[in-house]
Design a binder for this molecule. Structure first.
Ligand SMILES: C[S@@+](CC[C@H](N)C(=O)[O-])C[C@H]1O[C@@H](n2cnc3c(N)ncnc32)[C@H](O)[C@@H]1O
Length: 260
């Protein structure tokens, strides 16, 4: 079944839905590992070790350090990657763009520690990595309208209908991304699942603040991710979608009031 055949489930809000900006609308989101608050109350601290690796759930000082890293008072562009895995893309991108602030999110601890070691081995100093679901952490760390670039590469497709809530790209995600991005800022999504590309394009087009295009150059002019490299080796096609936030609207409030 292709994603475009799926209908949105009319679900009740999840008990672990995000609590930051845009919380009211993120009713279909199921956070990976549960919300930060629930994990703090009931989970175990993972005792993360790393130079550029942060635990904003269990260490208050890490949360504060990441807020400072993402603060708009820093003039360097802020670039976020969701799901950095082993940071193969993050390191290559930071090497090519030493003047940006890179902020990566990943929900699996074993990837985080590998990723940190990979950045250290490459002498990359302009990246910070966090073990947390990006959907909840982003509104806590990044003030609305201040993000330059958001990357979501090869998100898990979650094929089954009952797993739809776990998909990263959704209308709520598109609205949250549009809240965070600066006017002119961009979101790039890549996938190797054609149905997911159709789905993601549709969800992003539903967000009125975005201009959306399917890219003919599926690299989007960026270094390849680990998954993308593997697709290349096996001759598997990939798709890329770019959503640019229009310069004339900066918050959901302005677009809502424009509709009234
Ligand atoms: C299929 S892998 C792709 C990895 C990498 N982007 C690439 O292209 O090689 C998706 C990754 O995203 C992570 N992930 C999924 N949902 C996430 C979320 N909400 N926040 C942060 N990481 C997430 C997963 O743990 C996994 O490592």
């Amino acid at each position: 079944m292709a994603y475009r055949d799926f209908k949105h489930p009319d679900d009740k809000p999840s008990r672990d839905a995000p609590t930051g900006a845009g919380a009211g609308r993120s009713v279909q989101t199921r956070l990976v590992g549960g919300s930060m608050a629930l994990r703090r109350a009931h989970g175990h601290a993972p005792n993360l070790q790393g130079t550029w690796l942060f635990d904003p759930i269990f260490r208050e000082q890490d949360l504060e350090a990441l807020k400072a890293w993402c603060a708009p008072t820093d003039p360097r562009p802020l670039v976020v990657e969701i799901g950095f895995q082993r940071a193969r893309f993050a390191r290559a991108y930071c090497e090519q763009n030493p003047d940006v602030r890179f902020m990566g999110f990943e929900v699996r601890k074993k990837f985080c520690e590998d990723a940190d070691a990979w950045l250290v081995a490459g002498d990359v100093t302009n990246a910070r990595l966090a073990l947390v679901d990006a959907r909840e952490a982003l509104p806590l760390l990044v003030p609305a309208g201040t993000l330059d670039t958001l990357f979501a590469f090869f998100p898990d497709p979650w094929w089954k209908k009952r797993h739809m809530k776990k998909r990263l790209v959704s209308r709520d995600f598109a609205a949250d991304a549009a809240d965070l991005l600066k006017p002119g800022g961009e979101l790039v999504v890549k996938t190797d699942v054609e149905g997911y590309a159709d789905w993601a394009e549709g969800e992003l087009r539903a967000e009125s603040r975005f201009d959306v295009e399917r890219l003919a150059d599926t690299t989007a002019g960026l270094p390849p991710t680990q998954r993308e490299r593997r697709c290349g080796i096996h001759g598997r096609p990939t798709w890329a979608i770019r959503a640019v936030k229009r310069a004339d609207e900066s918050t959901s409030e302005t677009s809502d009031s424009a509709l009234r």
